[in-house]
Design a protein around this ligand. Structure first.
Ligand SMILES: [Zn+2]
Ligand SMILES: [Zn+2]
Length: 386
């Protein structure tokens, strides 16, 4: 295999101060609702630069990898020391906790920008669009719709005050593919019945064709989870399903990473390399190609069966990204002492919301029994009136 082409998204970046282009203040944060950065001192709003150096999916050849998606070689290196350019003090930031800090001497804001190979600084970030208030409303609505079945303690304790904005680590994959599928397709040409009464049967005449498809397909913006314990179905199946349910994200609107986007939010470090995720991404690419082939074969109304499938990857591209999620969590302590963590998550771009709430089991049982009784009664009624 040839060496991947590296897109350097780290050039010129240095840990430390990120200044407002107008007044030089370091007090710069995300402006809610726009995805742009705003200086809190002079109130200048500035457009994030565009993500550059990456190719369109249909132009890809070989492998292209963003420097922020490079292999993690210092996984335990979570302490970053930044020399404050304001006063010269050395400030230590633990990147598992935060990507920003204020200098304790001169109060300047300092942020981690440099892609040291520990997975903390990605190529790109998709900024939060939904404000905390909007996310609180989404979560409250989600819980309200489920309040009939929710348990009493939870209803009494429920509040959205403590929700957290979290950037989750993903790898965004683009692929330039060529696919060849061969198999059989059936078309119903005639339907008729034979016999009468109980021996009446329906017959279908089907013409069977050899079917082949040979096509190019460019796929962009596949997302693969970059955090190992989130993909591990045993550890946190709950969270994974919740997060999968609020997909997709408009990753095409990602901007280059800038530590200012993370102020006021938490983030989770990527801990998985491209090589580990390649089989997962290739399986998804194969599914998309097959789905696409089936779309063009809808005329075979008796179904289609592919006996041979070959998906060639002419080129792939990988970049790391932080994707924005508002997270509400609730720890349920059952009477048995068992603890169960519940989540409600909001896609901070689209507002899509999913989660779980602790249920009132007796109410759930009562409803199931009523439903059962109704269905028995329903069958009885049908038989009576027959
Ligand atoms: Zn300013
Ligand atoms: Zn300082």
């Amino acid at each position: 295999m040839t060496e991947p082409i590296i897109v350097d998204t780290n050039t010129g970046k240095k840990d430390g101060q990120n200044k407002c282009p107008n007044c030089g203040s370091t007090d710069v944060t995300l402006q809610p609702g726009t995805g742009k950065l705003r200086c809190n001192y002079c109130r200048t709003v500035f457009d994030p630069p565009k993500l550059e150096g990456f190719k369109d999916a249909d132009e890809l050849e070989g492998e292209v990898v963003g420097s922020g998606a490079a292999d993690i070689s210092q996984p335990d290196n979570t302490q970053v020391t930044i020399k404050c350019q304001g006063c010269g003090a050395e400030v230590v930031i633990d990147v598992t906790e935060s990507m920003n800090a204020r200098c304790h001497w001169c109060r300047e804001y300092l942020s981690v920008e440099n892609q040291i190979p520990n997975g903390a600084v990605p190529d790109s970030v998709l900024p939060f669009l939904l404000s905390k208030q909007q996310a609180q409303a989404k979560i409250a609505e989600f819980v309200k719709q489920r309040s009939f079945f929710a348990n009493k303690t939870f209803k009494r304790e429920f509040t959205t005050n403590n929700i957290l904005g979290v950037y989750l680590p993903y790898l965004v994959v683009d692929a330039n593919t060529h696919s060849r599928l061969e198999g059989f397709g059936g078309r119903v040409v005639r339907t008729y019945t034979r016999g009468s009464g109980d021996s009446k049967q329906t017959y279908y005449d089907i013409d069977v064709y050899n079917v082949g498809r040979d096509f190019d397909l460019a796929i962009s913006g596949l997302t693969v989870e970059g955090s190992a314990d989130k993909r591990n179905i045993n550890a946190l199946a709950n969270t994974t399903n919740v997060i999968n349910a609020i997909m997709p994200f408009d990753v095409e609107n990602s901007v280059p990473y800038n530590g200012n986007y993370l102020k006021g939010f938490t983030s989770e470090r990527r801990d998985t390399n491209v090589d580990d995720l390649r089989p997962l991404a290739e399986a998804q690419i194969g599914d998309i190609a097959r789905y696409q082939a089936n779309q063009t074969a809808a005329g075979y109304n008796a179904g289609i069966r592919w006996d041979q499938e070959k998906v060639d990857l002419k080129g792939t591209q990988w970049r790391s990204a932080y994707l924005p999620v508002w997270l509400y969590s609730y720890l349920e302590v059952k009477s048995s002492g068992k603890r169960l963590l519940h989540y409600v998550a909001v896609n901070a771009r689209t507002g899509e919301t999913m989660g779980s709430v602790p249920v009132n089991l007796s109410r759930l049982w009562a409803i199931s029994i009523i439903a059962e009784v109704l269905s028995i009664f329903g069958i009885y009624l049908i038989n009576v009136f027959r």
